[in-house]
Design a protein around this ligand. Structure first.
Ligand code: DGY
Length: 321
């Protein structure tokens, strides 16, 4: 049995393949494979372990329907045509749970960094602009007792709500299709319609999957309904917000700031104007990038691949909602 991995892979995951007697081929170049290259690699493999921005569309799946399993090195699966994978009977695994805390911590970091204009101050020093003390210069906002609105309250949203409640005693509102009873009983979270979330939140944090239903929901209309003091945080997927609308909302003062770990497109252009806004903090999609979490993701994605190769149920199979 042989697995093709689209990146250099953490040792903890490689060890599991070795123990299971599965041969591994890793892609070692610092660029994504083209679809042709991926197909050629998968022709010689029984399983694919896919990390990074790689689209597994209907054409790829049909051409590589011999694969016994596709294991994703991510919790998100918006890059896979799940309908086609199901139709072809290819199980798809992902990495929920193990990255929830690290990813939520990134949202928490961006919320605070934006509220205190942290990246702007860092850039100011680098430009030699740290002169005298001006009590009115570049003031930030405090978060104590404010309202956090979570869009998509699953595992990651829950961790963000819990940290924000614990650190700043924030009120928690959320918008979801189904109720999150744990968040309601433990954190006093309140499920509200989308417009109420927009109108009443001081910080909105996006934690939803990207789907037809969520694509572009944060558009000009949505930003216009938010408070002029609101901070928008997105650590889920860039296309959930319309980036040109976000830029206009920030320029016109319809909202106050934004903290983004995901952008549309990715990677963000180095000359993107958003990078110069004082109330904007951008990170390069590093939500899960800690030693601990990347090792845990490697182990879970390896276990998914090994189970698929053995025709066993995957420890974490994607169940599209
Ligand atoms: C995830 O796990 O979905 C992260 O966003 C990486 O893509």
């Amino acid at each position: 049995m042989r697995v093709f991995i689209t990146r250099q892979f953490p040792k903890s995951g490689l060890a599991l393949f070795e123990k299971a007697g599965i041969e591994v081929e890793q892609w070692t170049e610092n660029r994504d494979l083209t679809q042709e290259e991926l197909i050629a690699k998968c022709k010689n493999a029984d399983a694919l372990l896919a990390a990074g921005r790689i689209e597994l569309n209907a054409k790829f799946l049909e051409t590589c329907q011999h694969l016994k399993v596709i294991s994703l090195f991510s919790v998100g699966y918006d890059n896979v045509d799940m309908e086609k994978a199901d139709e072809l009977g290819i199980p798809v695994g992902h990495t929920p749970g193990v990255l929830s805390k690290a990813t939520a911590d990134t949202a928490f970091l961006l919320m605070q960094a934006t509220a205190r204009k942290a990246f702007h101050h860092h850039k100011r020093i680098a430009k030699g602009d740290w002169e005298f003390f001006d009590p009115l210069q570049d003031l930030g906002q405090e978060l104590q007792g404010k309202t956090l609105g979570i869009f998509g309250l699953g595992n990651i949203g829950y961790e963000m709500a819990k940290s924000s409640k614990g650190a700043f005693d924030m009120e928690i509102l959320y918008h979801n299709r189904s109720a999150n009873e744990k968040a309601e009983s433990e954190l006093g979270a309140k499920k509200v319609p989308f417009d109420e979330l927009l109108e009443n939140s001081d910080v909105i944090s996006v934690h939803a999957n990207l789907s037809e239903e969520t694509e572009g929901v944060f558009d000009a209309d949505a930003f216009a309904k938010m408070k002029p003091t609101a901070i928008f945080v997105n650590i889920a997927r860039g296309p959930i917000h319309r980036q040109s609308d976000l830029k206009k909302a920030l320029e016109s003062g319809e909202i106050w700031g934004a903290g983004l770990d995901v952008t549309d497109p990715e990677p963000m252009d180095k000359d993107d104007e958003l990078l110069d806004f004082p109330n904007v903090c951008v990170l390069p999609h590093i939500g899960s990038s800690t030693f601990e979490t990347r090792n845990a993701m490697a182990e879970l994605s390896a276990r998914n691949a090994i189970a698929g190769l053995r025709n066993e149920p995957l420890p974490a199979r994607v169940k599209p909602d």
